[in-house]
Design a protein around this ligand. Structure first.
Ligand SMILES: [Zn+2]
Length: 151
């Protein structure tokens, strides 16, 4: 029997596996985006907004900073056995210009990353038990297309 695929974090992202999106919030007063979504206070210290709408954030962004996880990462990351190092990227979202951390998909090492590389959001298994696969968002480099001389 196939395992049921469920979000490791309820309400943090859509479960559209073809085109998943992070779920953030947008302040109705000043327009500031937050991820994870705000419910009480605006992330903008100069704003007194207390109402937020739920929004799907950009599925793409550019690497702003990155590192490899040489230590055991904090929850919700569950280390595999044996522990396999992976890359973590801080990605500036295309439209919101907000930085969101995430694990980079398996098989992509820090040597293949650089600041400014375009990445897109995918869902991948964080861990599993007997009945479920728990999914989390990860960043996957967008395959660079050959320059065709335009733009
Ligand atoms: Zn605000």
């Amino acid at each position: 029997m196939a395992k049921e695929r469920v979000p490791a974090l309820e309400g943090w992202f859509t479960m559209d596996e073809q085109a998943p999106a992070l779920l953030g919030s947008r302040c109705t007063l000043c327009g500031t985006y937050s991820f994870p979504g705000e419910t009480h206070f605006c992330a903008n210290p100069r704003c007194v907004g207390t109402e937020f709408e739920s929004v799907e954030l950009s599925r793409r962004g550019r690497v702003w900073s990155y590192t490899d996880a040489r230590y055991q990462p904090p929850p919700p990351y569950v280390p595999a056995e044996p522990y396999v190092p992976f890359a973590i990227a801080a990605v500036e979202l295309a439209a919101e210009k907000m930085v969101v951390m995430g694990q980079v998909v398996p098989g992509v090492s820090v040597e293949e990353l650089s600041v400014g590389v375009e990445v897109e959001l995918v869902l991948d298994t964080l861990y599993e038990d007997d009945d479920h696969e728990y999914l989390v968002w990860k960043w996957r480099p967008v395959v660079a297309h050959k320059a065709t001389g335009g733009r």
